[in-house]
Design a protein around this ligand. Structure first.
Ligand SMILES: [Zn+2]
Length: 154
């Protein structure tokens, strides 16, 4: 017998939907949601059935309204995700996840000699439509697949 699990609906907050299955923990980490949400409830749901993806993850965050800026980094791990802003139990806004034009600090430069790998300098990449990224410090261009996400341990 299958039993449907109902996840509590939000009255106020943000819902991140269509996250690739098992990626929700990474999303929590990259958006720093545990910090952003402070004392508010966060409900991650992992491996829910999805028509589009087969399986998917969802994250609901109570009383936190994410902005397009917050979500830029999400493009790297969940490019097909969607975000709904809920107010008074209704979806008032949907924020599309777009490829950011510039991405600061979350990516590592693959060039070992780059200044960003030798000190506190934050990385800064310009993203091109052809999925190549320019490091603004060593001025080298890398395909997106070569860039790794850097997680803050704090
Ligand atoms: Zn570099």
């Amino acid at each position: 017998m299958t039993k449907e699990i109902k996840v509590k609906a939000l009255k106020e907050g943000s819902v991140l939907d269509h996250i690739p299955p098992k990626k929700s923990m990474e999303v929590l980490k990259i958006l720093n949601l545990l910090k952003v949400a402070k004392e508010n409830t966060i409900i991650p749901a992992i491996n829910l059935p999805s028509k589009k993806l087969g399986k998917k993850d969802i994250i609901k965050i109570e009383n936190v309204f994410l902005t397009a800026k917050d979500l830029e980094v999400l493009w790297f791990i969940a490019p097909g995700a969607s975000v709904s802003i809920i107010k008074n139990g209704e979806v008032v806004k949907k924020i599309p996840i777009r490829c950011p034009e510039k991405i600061v600090s979350i990516l590592e430069c693959p060039n070992e000699d780059c200044i960003t790998n030798h000190g506190p300098q934050e990385t800064k990449f310009t993203m091109y439509k052809d999925k190549n990224c320019l490091c603004e410090f060593c001025e080298r261009i890398f395909p997106l697949e070569e860039l790794k996400i850097k997680y803050n341990s704090q």
